[in-house]
Design a protein around this ligand. Structure first.
Ligand code: AMP
Length: 251
């Protein structure tokens, strides 16, 4: 079984985001970047499936500038076998449907049995790409997976939904998007970081592919959230809270 994982390069989740003065976006210069945390969980899951003998090959793919090579190397240090970078020019803006259209081309070429994506990228918080890819390919989808079990030709995906947990059984090939509780990714060891440098990384230039971006979504302005006004008061117990709410005529 071959697994393909889509990984995105995003601002490291520990970094405090700064908005550019002209409101055109967030500051990326000299900012620490990392693999999207949900995508790292997807890589970990694929590597575990390989270690358990359920998968034979793990391929990671990223769409981004040439700098996205770093996160592909990180994914290979975690255990992926090879990587593909679809390199985009710095000024090419790709919305989730474009990413899904490009991933569709990779899937058609690579023919994976299972495609893993993060449930969302922590920079745009779109939570759309996996669902769109599933629609384009007409593959079954299991989103927000907190457990994955592969049995014969079926994949059982337990998903976290409002009312609790739901388990879906789907034939392969299928698309699964990962939630936080699926696993805790391992740390890459130094020998594996060194080994990853020698693993195959193919670079394809989007400009040379049969693809043009849709350009349906335009960012008008990016601004920081409003500062919270007022002070935070710590109350000792529920009775004090009720009196306070009554005093403020909230209840
Ligand atoms: P989104 O729909 O933008 O929240 O992204 C959901 C998932 O799609 C991510 O967790 C990744 O697995 C995948 N994805 C989004 N953008 C990219 C990208 N540029 N390259 C590779 N995978 C991506």
């Amino acid at each position: 079984m071959k697994i393909l994982i889509a990984v995105k390069r995003v601002i490291d989740h520990n970094v405090k985001i700064r908005v550019k003065a002209d409101g055109s976006g967030v500051e990326l210069t000299n900012v620490k970047m990392a693999i999207n945390p949900f995508d790292e969980i997807a890589v970990e899951e694929a590597v575990r499936l390989k270690e358990a003998g359920k998968a034979s090959e793990v391929v990671v793919v990223s769409i981004g500038e040439i700098s996205s090579q770093e996160i592909l190397r990180s994914a290979m240090a975690l255990g992926a076998d090879s990587a593909i970078l679809l390199q985009r020019p710095a000024d090419m803006i790709l919305e989730p449907l474009d990413i899904a259209r490009l991933l569709q081309q990779v899937v058609i070429r690579e023919q994976p049995d299972l495609i893993l994506l993060g449930k969302q990228a922590i920079d745009d918080d779109c939570n759309q790409t996996g669902q769109m890819l599933s629609a384009l390919l007409e593959y079954p989808q299991g989103t927000f997976a907190s457990q994955i079990i592969i049995e014969n030709d079926l994949i059982h995906v337990t998903r976290e939904i409002d009312g609790g947990l739901e388990t879906l059984s789907m034939p392969l090939p299928a698309i699964v998007t990962t939630d936080l509780r699926l696993n805790v990714p391992r740390y890459a060891t130094l020998p594996n970081i060194m080994k990853a440098k020698k693993k195959p990384l193919e670079i394809m230039n989007i400009v040379e592919m049969d693809f043009s971006p849709l350009g349906q979504v335009k960012t008008i302005n990016v601004s920081e959230p409003k500062k919270r006004s007022g002070q935070c008061t710590l109350l000792n117990n529920a009775t004090a809270l009720v009196s306070e709410l009554k005093a403020k005529e909230v209840i």
